[in-house]
Design a protein around this ligand. Structure first.
Ligand code: C2E
Ligand code: MG
Ligand code: MG
Ligand code: MG
Length: 273
């Protein structure tokens, strides 16, 4: 390392970059193996209706059970899968597994699945969703597809078309992480979402006035468009009470339940649905 700094200041960065590229390549091929084998697992986090406080849906959140690194959270491999194309196989596995699991739940409990913009652009995507529904027997009305507003940054005509097709199948389209993306609000007019999820960065600042103001504005915007609102990242009783006062329709967060393995969520559903 000392040598690398001496003769050529760039060499250190070269090595670091090379290591980084090698690590990502290795992680990529390990991920391919995990998708093909049974290295992936889904956790489910409950969503509760408000008022009423019933468990009305569960969000499927993918985890990678790595042989040496333990449980790896999605933020550390979904981006990689988007870069190297594995997101298609990963996403298909998630959809199938989530639908199979949810098919055994009571009929009033929905399942929410996160879908990357890259998956949406796959011409086979609609077919993949239809097959996951058909093979599991899950009614389309019980599948919620969560997308982020980032997909509206470009090419809105194609996106709108895909979302409309999903709607025609009977699935709900949910706008996730609302308020954090870069796009304008114009797309809210061109597509009717069945639900908007307020990003947890706003929720976690409650009861701070700025955050409360933004949440109030989002809820009133959504109400004027007849779109139910979910708040994610609810961790305290105080946040829950504020969201209740503001007229929020559904809540999700560690206060109500953490993401948990399928057999544990089945227990929660039995007692709270
Ligand atoms: P997301 O869709 O916004 O999911 C919610 C994330 O917030 C989850 O993190 C969840 O564990 C976390 N969370 C929920 N309640 C709380 C809370 O009260 N406090 C805090 N601090 N965090 C909370 P997770 O499971 O690590 O997932 C992160 C992101 O990875 C997800 O954000 C989603 O964008 C993406 N993701 C997860 N599973 C999939 C998948 O199957 N496919 C795709 N394309 N993306 C996925
Ligand atoms: Mg989500
Ligand atoms: Mg979210
Ligand atoms: Mg998020």
């Amino acid at each position: 390392r000392a040598k690398s700094l001496g003769r050529n200041g760039f060499q250190f960065f070269d090595e670091e970059l090379r290591d980084e590229i090698q690590t990502r390549a290795r992680l990529g091929s390990e991920l391919r193996g995990a998708i093909a084998g049974n290295g992936l697992t889904l956790h489910f986090q409950p969503l509760y209706s408000m008022p009423g406080n019933r468990l009305s849906a569960c969000e499927a959140l993918v985890r990678w059970h790595h042989p040496t690194q333990g449980m790896i959270p999605p933020d550390q491999f979904v981006g990689l899968a988007e870069e190297n194309g594995l997101i298609h196989d990963l996403g298909e596995w998630v959809l199938r597994t989530a639908c199979n699991e949810a098919a055994d739940w009571p009929a009033q409990v929905k399942v929410a699945v996160n879908v990357s913009p890259i998956q949406l652009r796959n011409p086979r995507f609609i077919r993949i969703v239809e097959e996951a529904l058909a093979q599991s027997g899950l009614p389309p009305e019980r599948l919620e597809i969560e997308i982020t507003e980032n997909i509206f940054v470009q090419n809105s005509a194609t996106n709108r078309e895909i979302l409309q097709k999903l709607g025609r199948i009977g699935c709900s389209i949910v706008l996730d992480d609302f308020g954090t993306g870069y796009s304008s609000l114009g797309y809210l007019r061109s597509f009717q979402f069945q639900k908007i999820k307020i990003d947890r960065s706003f929720v976690q600042e409650l009861p701070e006035r700025g955050a409360a103001g933004i949440i109030r504005a989002i809820i009133s915007l959504a109400q004027s468009m007849d779109i139910p609102i979910t708040a994610e990242g609810v961790e305290t009783q105080d946040q829950w009470a504020h969201l209740n006062d503001l007229g929020c329709n559904q809540v999700q967060g560690f206060l109500l339940g953490r993401p948990q393995p399928a057999d544990m969520i089945r227990q929660a559903i039995l007692t709270h649905a």
